[in-house]
Write a new protein. Sequence first.
Length: 282
Amino acid sequence: MYGRLRARHLSMGFGTAALAVTLTTTTVNAAPDRPTTAAERHGWGDPLPEWSDEFGYGSEAAPAVPDRDKWRLAGGGPGKCWPGHSDNGRRCDANTRVVGGVLRMTGEANGDTGWLASPYGRQYGRWEARVRSRATGPDNGRQYHPLLILWPDSGEHPQDGEYDYLENGAPGERCAEAFLHYPHPEGVPVQQEFARKCGVDLSRWHNVAVEWTPDHLRGFIDGEEWFRFTGGANADRDCIQCAPSMHQTIQLDNFHGDDLQSAVYEVDWARVYDLPDNESVR
């Protein structure tokens, strides 16, 4: 998540241009007999094992480095760090570990935090992760930002877009938010769409997914669609779904430098799915 504008763009409706959906509910729990993953509910098939991770390794007593065949580590390797978001604090490998079936990303009060990226890039597909987050220190108004992102393989932002299909201004918030960035030149104002779904206690486990096709972007929480974007090209930008190849990142971002409210971001599993052949081409 880079150079985020947090102005609220709220709209509702379906059409050929890009749309944002803002939902306010008292709960997002599905009926007991309905699947709570988008993959199950919408028939996505089996996840791609090479690029999906159930995090079934490591332990509290012996935390494990994330599988290096499936993930790129902060700093480039074990025991290393590099500068954090917008040079705020550091992203350190040691702040992301697998502890007995759960990936745990820790944001410290001094500004050191975690980061993880898949080496698997593709144009179009489906991604789903089971996540929760919470603060672990006293509230001082300087919170970490938990995110699930599709980031361009080129590293060129905003030219090649960015899909923050979960982005929140603090751990454990009660409304899920997403910022979807159009591919656009650097010389124009930020071009993005925004969605929010309230009634989601992000301190509890939720399944968060995005589907990216040549026709649209769709977001899901616990199997239920909460946003859909399509089209939206104009003189300043390409269409919302027209980005080139992207890959998954998991981030607990530092916007404040140091003296933050410490936090934990946990991922139970992260899965990648193919599109059917008839949806993966223009």
